[in-house]
Design a protein around this ligand. Structure first.
Ligand code: FAD
Length: 344
């Protein structure tokens, strides 16, 4: 029976994939990719589907879901297969007395998805501790281990693996610290939860516990019983602007090599879209999370078109108020809210 992206992704929308292959080992992953390329069919590689929105028409090709599952720990060096559940990796490293990944506890998805977006939370990004990424290059057929410097990590969630389907991430290697103390903490909500001041460290296991608690409260851990988590996390990327518009003068701001970064959630909320907004829009099947304004949530039975319409509506409101055009942080496949915006 055809598999639908509405059951393969955390946003729970999207049509069928023509073919679906699970790859339980690295060898089978490479083989599945090679076979699809040899047949000349379109290929979509996915992990947990937690950052992916696919159109209602689905995917007219092969979808390969990465399920490779090995973790190898050698001193403070950790190698994990692309299909390993991200939070399982964090839990295992903390249990082994290794520090470095604990602020990223609870991020949904797989190890292979993290270098694509250079996943980040609570002031830490994976590239802080990532040593290398082993990739399969679909153009050359070669498997290579790329050191971090080659991975193109930059501000704005950039990486060499984003906006291209040339590389398949097979394995990621992290260089952690053998310690029960975290890195110095800076993130306000985490500091107060841990009862420490900025720049102080905390017990690694305590940081993991506090992060999981805070994420649960914010709807940032996928929970089938809570539709606030039926999304892709942050739907829009935090914009970087050359000049902060007058209307956004009160916004928190962060220095960025390309200008000033503004929180998309603040802009959305101050453009008149508070948490929970959306019941009155369309059929009400897509709304903002009731816990914060940056997540778009499927309240049950939504279509991708409804998600795109709602995203275009929010983007148009933010643009009208601040002159800033928000872009997606998630990966849109066979769908776009640019078209929706243009059609208005
Ligand atoms: C409730 C919730 C909270 C979230 N919180 C955060 C957060 O705090 N911080 C954050 O950064 N993100 C967050 N996210 C987004 C998401 O968890 C991350 O982007 C995650 O890394 C995606 O991994 P995945 O395996 O699910 O990737 P998928 O969604 O399956 O794929 C995402 C993209 O990566 C590509 N890809 C996946 N695996 C591979 C591979 N092996 N090789 C090549 N390409 C691959 C896909 O083709 C696609 O383009 C959140 C999402 C949800 C639903």
């Amino acid at each position: 029976m055809a598999r639908h992206f509405s059951e393969l992704t955390t946003m729970r929308v999207g049509g069928p994939t023509r073919e679906f292959v699970e790859a339980p080992t690295t060898e089978e992953l490479v083989e599945a990719v090679r076979a699809a390329d040899a047949r000349g069919v379109r290929l979509l590689v996915m992990g947990g589907g937690s950052n992916l929105v696919v159109g209602d028409g689905g995917w007219d090709g092969v979808t390969v879901q990465v399920r490779s599952n090995g973790i190898d720990i050698d001193g403070a060096t950790v190698r994990a297969d692309a299909g390993v559940d991200w939070d399982r990796l964090v839990a295992v490293t903390v249990e082994h007395g290794l520090a470095g990944l604990e602020p990223l506890s609870g991020v949904p998805g797989t190890v292979g998805g993290t270098p694509v977006q250079n996943v980040g939370a609570f002031g830490t990004v994976t590239s802080d501790v990532l040593a290398s990424v082993t990739v399969y290059d679909r153009r050359t057929g070669a498997t290579q281990e790329w050191p971090r410097e080659r991975c193109g990590f930059g501000s704005h969630r950039q990486s060499a693996f984003k906006h291209t389907d040339r590389y398949v991430v097979l394995r990621v290697t992290y260089e952690l610290r053998r310690s029960d103390r975290s890195v110095p903490m800076t993130f306000e909500s985490l500091l107060s939860r841990l009862g420490i001041r900025a720049g102080e460290t905390a017990d690694v296991a305590d940081v993991r516990r506090a992060v999981l608690e805070l994420r649960r409260e914010r709807g940032s851990i996928v929970d089938p019983a809570d539709t606030d988590t039926w999304g892709v996390g942050s739907f829009f990327i935090n914009p970087v602007v050359a000049n902060v518009p007058k209307a956004a003068e009160a916004s928190p701001r962060y220095p960025d090599p390309l200008g000033t970064k503004l929180p998309a959630g603040w802009l959305i909320q101050h453009a008149g879209f508070p948490p929970g907004y959306g019941a009155e829009f369309g059929s009400g099947a897509v709304t903002l999370s009731s816990k914060h304004a940056l997540a778009l949530c499927n309240r049950g039975g939504a279509t991708t078109l409804e998600v795109m319409r709602f995203a275009a509506h929010i983007r148009a409101g933010v643009h009208a108020r601040f002159g800033i055009l928000l872009g997606p942080e998630c990966h849109l496949v066979n769908c776009s809210f640019d078209d929706e915006l243009a059609a208005r």
